[in-house]
Structures are given as C-alpha cells and as structure tokens.
Design a protein around this ligand. Sequence first.
Ligand code: NDP
Length: 282
Amino acid sequence: MTARLIEGKQVAAVIRTSVAARVAALPYRPGLAVVLIGDDPASVTYVRTKDKAARQTGIDARTFHLPAETTQAALLEKIEVLNADPAVDGILVQLPLPRHLDPTVSVEAIDPAKDVDGLHPVNVGRLASGRPRLVPCTPLGVMRLLTHYEVPLEGANALVLGRSVLVGRPLVALLLGANATVTVAHSHTANLIEECQRADILIAAIGQAEMVRGDWIKPAAVVVDVGINRLTDGRLVGDVAYEECAKVAGAITPVPGGVGPMTIACLLENTVAAAEWRRRQD
Ligand code: NDP
C-alpha cells in the first residue's frame, strides 16, 4: 500500500485565496503587527515569510524589528502601544525570545482579542473549555488538513505525540472537540510504540528527526508530521520516517510542504477573524 499524499501546500493556497476574498470584502484593511526581537536567523526568515504572506492577502502587515538587547519593560511598552492601536487587529511576538526576556510575561501582555497566535491564557482557557476563539496556528492547520481530506474524526483513536503548549496540548483539545478518542504521548510514555500502533490518526510533534518508524503505524492510519528538523547534511525532515511510514499509512503529510504552509495560512485566517470579531464589538 502507498499512502495518499496530504498536500498542505495546496490546501494552504485554498485558504489563502479565501482569506484574500474575505479581506477584499471588508471596508477596512485588517492589521497584523509582528514583533521580532534580535536576529535569530530562523526567526528572521519566519517573520519575513509571515509578513509577505499577509501582504499578499491584503492584510496590512507591519514588522517591528527590535534590537536583541531590548529590555522586558521596553517590549511590554511596545505591546501596550499595539494593544491600543485601533488599526492593529493581530499581534504576534515571534518566539523564541532572547534569553533575558520572559515569553510568558510577554504573551500575557497581548490583548487576548488581538492574540493571533492563540497563546494568551484567556485563549488557552477558552480552547480547553471547549469554546475556542483564537487557536494556535499549527494545531488549527492540522485540523484544517484533516477536515479538508475528510478524515473521519468522530470515534477515531487519535494519538498526539508531544504535549507542548504550542502544538500538542491545543491539538488534544481540538481533537476532543471533534469527538475523537484522544491519547497524548510524551517522553515519559510507557509502551510508546504500542500506543502508536493503536492510532487511526497519528500526529507527531516531538522535534525528533524521523523517530516514528514504519512498524509503529497501524495499516491505513492517517499520519500527520508536524516536526521540522534540520539534519547535519542540510536536509529538512519531519518526526516521521516518511518513506517507511508511507508504505503502511493510508494518508501522510510530507515535510516540507505539509503542516508548515498550513501554519502561515491559519495565521492569516486568525488575523481576519480577530479583525471581524473586535471591530464588530467596537
Ligand atoms: P517541544 O520541544 O516544545 O515539545 C516536544 C514534545 O515532544 C514534548 O512534549 C516532549 O515530551 C515530546 N518528546 C520529545 N522527545 C520525545 C521522545 N523521544 N519520545 C516521546 N516524546 C518526546 O516542541 P514543539 O511542540 O514546539 O515542536 C515539535 C516539532 O514541531 C518540532 O520539530 C518543531 O520544529 C515543529 N514545529 C513545526 C511547526 C510547523 O509550522 N510545521 C510549528 C511549530 C513546531 P516532554 O513533554 O515529556 O518533554
């Protein structure tokens, strides 16, 4: 058996087109402020990609590139200014931050109505209690992929491998909301391979290059690989050994071109949604 390819790049393009149409129909341009501190090369690239994608869909994106030595107080002051700016609908502080800055304090300073990364405790709590508003972009992208490919979720055994605040935990809440039977596995899980072998849907978000092997996969399972790992030879691979797993799975995402493009597309969707909600309240 060869798995069906889940083409995130194509689904992301569909979402971006629909976001552009929504933006064009609005009497204002939704604003997205991206705050980047320092010059971490990966963060600089991510921010540039987000900024460009937002502009292409008609969003008024602005990047605020602050020096690496920016103090916590100065960052909070910047966030306050953006919170108060009526033209800004979405605020995103690019993580990771330089070591002297506290990510929790910084994210908690963002107005929850403008928190397009969905990481503010208000949005985390809404999702955990089954009333999601702004949801983290990567888990949202995973759900959009599953929906687009009409993967049956109700009653399915879904295994989320990884329990980070950014990916694993929100995915658990979203899958529960879709009536899947959810197991979450992490670095202390006993019998990890057996847990994986029971999964109708396996989502890997662990940051361990190609750790999930072909014989961990239940035949015909749907495999979603969130991982992005750079090997010493420069190759980019996921958390799943793609060639092996594609021989057993029913459907599988590639890396790159799977979940990655969906993350950006969902950021754009969150920005427009935040604009529509907030400006309706004003
Ligand atoms: P974190 O490092 O925050 O979390 C990793 C999780 O995986 C933890 O829960 C950890 O367990 C678990 N884990 C690590 N090693 C093992 C192991 N050997 N066995 C079982 N569980 C393990 O990572 P993120 O969630 O932020 O990211 C995960 C991956 O997804 C990374 O490769 C990252 O680059 C990628 N990513 C991709 C995005 C995209 O747009 N495609 C966006 C965000 C992330 P424990 O909690 O016990 O430590």
